[in-house]
Design a protein around this ligand. Structure first.
Ligand code: IMP
Length: 190
């Protein structure tokens, strides 16, 4: 079965393909020659819906989108929905450096990644799945795997950051992996 994942992010697409293939053939926005869909919502829910609805309306095929935020307790859950634009440059390294700087004197480093995944079935009915992973922000970057905030996010119960884990292990426990498992359970594939 074919599924469209409304993302332009090669890392996210790789994660999802790793989890779904060969049962599903997953196409990303790049495969469809689509441009990035603007995230004009003010919540993860709205942005995830906007991206999935745009693709469903255009292709009338089963599709899904995610929007993810990193919520840091001591920073009133920032950067949250602004995670991609935190430093204002659109550059992940700048985002990570700013977050480390904002936490430099903070003892409480609790954080969570939250993913909201919106799935449209081929009839245009939509369903929402949430995935949360709790952890903490490390004091320095560790690891080279993954993307975004992975080098500074250490999930509870692990000594490694996401960037020090093989992709299959991150997929097992991550926010996006959890939301995806719920989607798969809905599709009765687990
Ligand atoms: P978005 O869902 O693409 O809008 O992602 C928001 C921000 O969170 C971007 O800066 C991403 O790099 C970051 N992000 C999303 N998912 C992950 C992840 O699994 N690990 C680390 N950073 C992530």
């Amino acid at each position: 079965m074919e599924l469209i994942f409304a993302t332009y992010n090669a890392h996210k697409l790789n994660e999802i393909r790793n989890a779904l293939e060969p049962r599903y053939t997953v196409q990303g926005l790049g495969d469809l020659n689509e441009k990035e869909i603007p995230e004009t919502g003010s919540t993860l829910e709205e942005n995830s819906f906007i991206k999935a609805e745009y693709i469903f309306k255009k292709y009338q095929k089963a599709c899904f989108a995610d929007d993810t935020g990193l919520e840091v307790s001591v920073l009133d859950n920032e950067p949250g929905v602004f995670s991609a634009r935190y430093a204002g440059t659109g550059n992940s390294i700048d985002n990570v450096d700013l977050l480390l700087a904002n936490l430099i004197d903070k003892k409480d480093r609790k954080a969570q990644f939250k993913t909201i995944m919106t799935y449209f079935d081929e009839n245009g009915k939509h369903f929402v799945f949430e995935g949360i992973v709790h952890g903490k922000i490390t004091s320095e970057k560790q690891g080279i795997e993954g993307f975004g905030y992975d080098p500074i996010f250490q999930p509870n119960g692990f000594k490694e950051t996401f960037a020090q884990m093989p992709l299959s292990q991150k997929n097992e426990i991550s926010h996006r992996g959890i939301a995806l498992k719920k989607l798969l359970a809905y599709l009765k594939l687990t």
